[in-house]
Structure formats: C-alpha cells, structure tokens
Design a protein around this ligand. Structure first.
Ligand code: ADP
Ligand code: MG
Length: 439
C-alpha cells in the first residue's frame, strides 16, 4: 500500500463528501481505497465492478471537479475491482477517468445496445438512416424528448457507427454548452479563426442539448454560419434537445427554421414491455440474469426515465452481490425505496386515507352499509383505486368493504370508468387522490 496514494484519495473524497448526500457517500465511497500513485495515475480500489459502473455513471463529474480543484488536471484516476465475481468477468482491467474528457463518444451507446419499442422506433430508424448515409438522408436530424429517454444514446450511436464504418470521416460530439464556452473564449482571445476551423472541418457534427444554447445575437450568428457552412457542404448535423425547436425560447428564428428544415423526431417514454426489455438487455450486458418477476416489479414502477431504470438495476445488482442475497422482488423493493424514496408498494390504507382526505368520510363509513349518494361515490372510488393500483380480486375487495358481493365491486368499477370519461371535475378529484397516495 502506498501512503501517498491513500492520502491523495482521502483528499479527493473530502471534496466529494461535502457535495453529495451522506448516505450515498457511505454506500459508494466508504469502502474505496487509494492503492497506488505512479506517473500521475492514482489507482483506486472498489469492492467490485458494480461500484465502478455506478461511480462512473453518477459521480464522474464530481470526481473530475475534485481532481481539478485539488491537483490541477494532471492527475488521472484509474479504478480497479478488488474482488472479481466468478459470474461476471471483468470487461476491462482498469478504467480511466481522464480529466476534461466529457465530450468523448462512449462505446456503450451503440445501436446494438439500444432497445427499440413503439416509443422510439421512428427516432431509431431516422438515426440509423443518418448513420448509414451521413449528409444524405435527413439533415439536420433533430431528436427531442424528456430526460433520460435515450437522446444522447441515439446521437452517440450515430457517431460510433460512422466511426466504425467510415474511418475517413471526422466525427465530433459535444454539448451545446461547451460550444458556447469555446466560442466566448475564442472571441475574448481573438481566436475566432481557430474556432471556425475546428468546427467547419467536421463531417459529422453531433450537438447535444441545444436548449442550453444561449447568448446574444453575435454568438448565435456565429453558430448559425457554422451550421449553414456544414449544411451546404453536405456535412451531417445532428441535434438533440428536451423540446422541439420552436419551443426553445433562447433560439433565434433562423436557427429554429434551419433545424425545422431537416427531420424533427421525438422520443417518448417507453411502455412497460420496452422497459422490461431494457432491463433484461442491460442485465445481459453485465452477464447476470434477473428473474422476470423482478424485472416486472422494477419496470412497472419506474416509468418515465430510463436512466433511473438503469440506476435501480445497477444498485440491485450491487446489493445482491455485496450481501450474497438472491435477486428478488424484496431486494428490488428495498432498492426502489432507497433510490426513489418510495417502495412502489401501495397499501389499502394509503388508498383509503387518500379518499378520506378528498371526500371527508371516516373509514367506518366507507366500509359500512349507508348509501347516500356522496358516500357511495367515495366508496366506489376506493374500490376502483384498490382494483387499479393494487390489482386485488373483486372478491377480496368486497371482503375488505365489510363483506360486499363481488358484483357490487364490479358495478362500482364500471361506474367510475364511465364517470372518468364524462366528468372532468371528478377526473380532477381522482387525480388529486392518486397524487396524494403517491406522496
Ligand atoms: P437523454 O440524453 O435523453 O437524457 P440518455 O441517452 O443519456 O438520455 O439515456 C439515459 C440512459 O438510458 C443511458 O444509459 C442509455 O443507455 C439508456 N437508454 C435510453 N434509451 C434506451 C434504449 N432504448 N435502450 C437501451 N438503453 C437506453
Ligand atoms: Mg442527454
């Protein structure tokens, strides 16, 4: 063990510790150690590869910051797993975090690793067409969609594909924010020519998160001319954003219309089937199998963000491997609770309380026999919610409401289904209750 390595890592951790939540810090960093410092490379050991994946995915930026603030940017970090699992061969022996390297294409963002579903099939097809014939199919290609839905993945898949297929083409990926910073710096140092040269020599320019393009006319004008130049030369431009071009308030009109002149496609949240497929695919990449019921458990609760979905899986695998427990629904429940702050498990009491808050009856009244119109509606609403949120049988639900017949429950649910369709005010009520149940 190298004393200097230990201390250097401790210093880096000191920086990180102040900036992330204590529980995450303990979970992910307390078992790490600096083991060797040689030629400006600090080798850090983690219990296993799940840790390394997680750290790279979630703490890359903060570590980079820590390194820069403490050691300038000379130091590089290398990660190594202490234990190697028999069921999961190491993909690489060491992994390097190299300071200032956030604009690189990541290998794992490939078309092979991208699961296609109804939500993204059009975006996927467009991206593939662009990758196969850059500058010819759709130009510019504009991909938009919510957080964690695969925009960066698809964009980088184009880059990776082109790099392998056409080695003579100059592919460049960057974030819109970086371009702005570069441009401002270029202007300050009077080096606009260098900026122009850098961007105008690309064959494929991939610009991520264009909604962060900000700034005065002069900056956007420069960007516009760059895009125009590339476009006229038949070079491919791909843009991503969290919303369609005309909804980006900071974007100048002519940039907006330039973007709209190509193909604009959106990525929607994946449906349940696709979410399960994504989990299975990711597990497969890690050489582990997750039981179907566990995949279902997670996928039915984490709905709108694939990054979160992956995060749950990574954490689940880490917990299973650290504790030697089987990958089970129970373990998945713990993970969801920890990461998302809820277990995803809704109880009948939670539902009743939600209804009571909205309608103002007591539990006994809900379960009792009295049938004023308003009380009946509150009761039927409870039945409906228990059925849809918990999937209990009609008989079980009837039982819970003081031994009512299953046909009563069926009738209640049909009534609510209809009401939902016809009565806006009721629908809003229902939404409020559901929000309350979900905390
Ligand atoms: P965005 O840029 O839209 O915020 P990312 O492209 O960074 O989202 O995707 C978030 C995570 O989800 C990434 O790890 C990515 O690999 C994964 N991901 C997104 N969509 C898919 C998909 N269709 N198949 C497999 N993985 C996906
Ligand atoms: Mg992104």
């Amino acid at each position: 063990m190298n004393e200097k390595a230990k201390i250097t890592w401790q210093n880096i951790l000191g920086y990180v510790k102040e900036r992330i939540n204590p529980q995450s810090f303990t979970t992910w960093f307390s078992s790490s150690q600096g083991v060797e410092l040689k030629d400006d490379v600090l080798l850090v050991e983690f219990p296993n590869n799940f840790f390394i994946d997680w750290i790279e995915e979630h703490y890359y930026n903060i570590l980079e910051e820590a390194v820069n603030s403490l050691n300038g940017n000379k130091l590089r970090l290398a990660f190594k797993a202490q234990r190697q699992q028999a069921d999961r061969p190491l993909r690489k022996k060491k992994r390097f975090i190299i300071a200032q390297d956030s604009s690189k294409l990541q290998e794992r963002f490939s078309f092979e690793n991208f699961v296609v579903g109804k939500n993204n099939e059009f975006a996927h097809a467009a991206a593939l067409a662009v990758a196969e014939a850059p500058g010819q199919a759709y130009n510019p290609l504009f991909l938009y969609g919510g957080v964690g839905l695969g925009k960066t993945h698809l964009m980088q898949a184009i880059g990776n594909f082109v790099r392998h297929q056409y080695q003579n083409l100059n592919v460049y990926y960057t974030q819109a924010e970086n371009i702005m910073t570069e441009l401002i710096e270029a202007i300050q140092k009077n080096q606009q020519m260098a900026f122009k040269k850098k961007y105008r020599t690309k064959d494929i320019l991939l610009i991520d998160d264009i909604q962060f393009l900000y700034g005065k006319e002069r900056l956007q004008e420069e960007i516009f001319h760059t895009f125009n130049y590339l476009y006229i030369q038949g070079k491919q431009i791909v843009i991503t954003s969290d919303r369609p071009p005309k909804e980006i308030p900071t974007l100048e009109e002519r940039l907006t219309s330039r973007f709209q002149g190509g193909l604009v496609v959106d990525l929607q949240p994946p449906d349940l089937e696709t979410r399960i497929a994504i989990l299975q695919k990711k597990a497969e990449q890690d050489n582990v199998r997750i039981p179907n019921n566990v995949a279902y458990y997670i996928a039915s609760r984490v709905k709108s963000n694939i990054r979160e979905l992956e995060g749950c899986l990574t954490r689940l695998l880490a917990m299973a491997s650290l504790s030697g427990q089987e990958i089970s629904e129970q373990l998945a429940e713990e993970v969801l609770k920890e990461l998302l702050g809820y277990s995803g498990r809704i109880t009948k009491d939670m539902i009743l309380n939600g209804v009571i808050d909205e309608f103002g009856f007591s539990e006994n009244e809900l379960k009792g026999k009295k049938r004023t119109q308003k009380l009946a509606l509150a009761r039927q609403t409870s039945m409906y919610l228990i059925r849809t949120l918990m999937n209990l049988s009609f008989a079980e639900i009837g039982q819970f409401f003081g031994g009512k017949d299953h046909t009563t429950v069926i009738h209640a649910i049909e009534k609510i289904e209809n009401l939902k369709k016809t009565d806006l005010e009721y629908r809003q009520k229902l939404e409020r209750i559901i929000n309350r149940i979900n905390g």
